[in-house]
Design a protein around this ligand. Sequence first.
Ligand SMILES: Cc1cc2nc3c(=O)[nH]c(=O)nc-3n(C[C@H](O)[C@H](O)[C@H](O)COP(=O)(O)O)c2cc1C
Length: 408
Amino acid sequence: MNTGGQTSSILKNKKIILGITGSIAAYKAASICSSLVKSGAEVFCVLTPNACRFINPITLSSISGKKAIVGQYSNEEKISHISLSQSADIILIAPASANTISKISSGICDNFLTTAIAACYCPVIIAPAMNSCMYENQIIQKNIDILKNTGNYFFVEPGTGKLACGSEGKGRLAAEENIIAAVSDCIMFSNDLKNKKILISAGATVEFLDSVRFISNRSSGKMGHELAMEAYFRGAGEVVLVSSASGAELPRDIKFIKVQSSNTMMEEILKHYSDADITMMAAAVSDIIPVSKYDYKLKKNDDIISKLKFRENINILSMLAEKKKKGQYLAGFSAESGENIKNTVEKMKNKNIDIMVLNDISRNDIGFESDYNEAVIISSNGDIERTGKNRKRIIARIILNKIINDLK
Ligand SMILES: Cc1cc2nc3c(=O)[nH]c(=O)nc-3n(C[C@H](O)[C@H](O)[C@H](O)COP(=O)(O)O)c2cc1C
């Protein structure tokens, strides 16, 4: 992420929550707040009760021009942790104490700041500041990794040098210019897909044989859901997710359409395809379907074997490739036992598909049901990019980075 020095125009009119915690570096938050305000941002300061032992909220209210928030239960001005955090473009915690980082990574919501963070959908930038032993503590590092792996949290590395406690080491709050640059970069990043309509399919299709039996597959829908979350996180104008899995944890703004069979999946995809800018077909659509579906339960002694006949299923991806208009971007997903690049390249041949994301389903540590994946992104021009093993959210980011780059 690089803003090329356009910080002021990027931050103009952006709504930023500046979280301040109980660190000796809390006094530096006044200057950070002032820089953000000067860049045109609307800054809401939220202090943990312990932060008030280091800096007076009045200082931050005066600099930001908005009453600094401390109390979890003192919303006289109707500013609730939910509405404030869900309308913010960015939450910046500077300085972030070891205590607050660890609380966020465990989902603890015991003050206005930690509660607002648990409720937000926007990127959260964390600038840690603490004694070097605390920073290097294995548990604190594990908590930092948990947050980094979710894909929603970005860290501004602390500096190395003389610390307030007298010792030397890593833990000084990063330089103000680095923190402001990280905020600008993150705002640019979270606008990457502005005004774009993103259409995603996810999960395993379910094809009924009779009133109780069906054929399906092990796809959990997690990859497609992470693609939807990442597209939403990056400011997409509209995100439509057609999925056979549950949409329980998705933001309300993502249009979630629950489907079961490949036929209903195709119908819903087609309804949204013609004006979609980017379509990502992450669903595992059954290759075969029963010729007829019996609306009663077939009996064992009812010649069940001869009644079950299958035919090749429609290929939704090929259908979309045929209908694809100039300017539309189409990504297909393929599941192969082993890293069968040749077979995936074959699937793309003469089709109007921009990229195929190849998943090796023979491994137990990634793929179906797992939160992790490792994919190979194959472009229509033959270029190959490996994602490495990562959480599915990070894989979703790598895929969208590639698409956004291709569209430039
Ligand atoms: C003088 C003093 C300085 C402190 N500086 C830091 C610090 O820089 N970083 C940190 O993580 N904790 C620091 N602490 C400890 C935190 O204040 C303590 O962990 C507190 O619970 C943090 O609360 P909060 O995360 O809710 O703001 C300091 C404590 C004292 C007494």
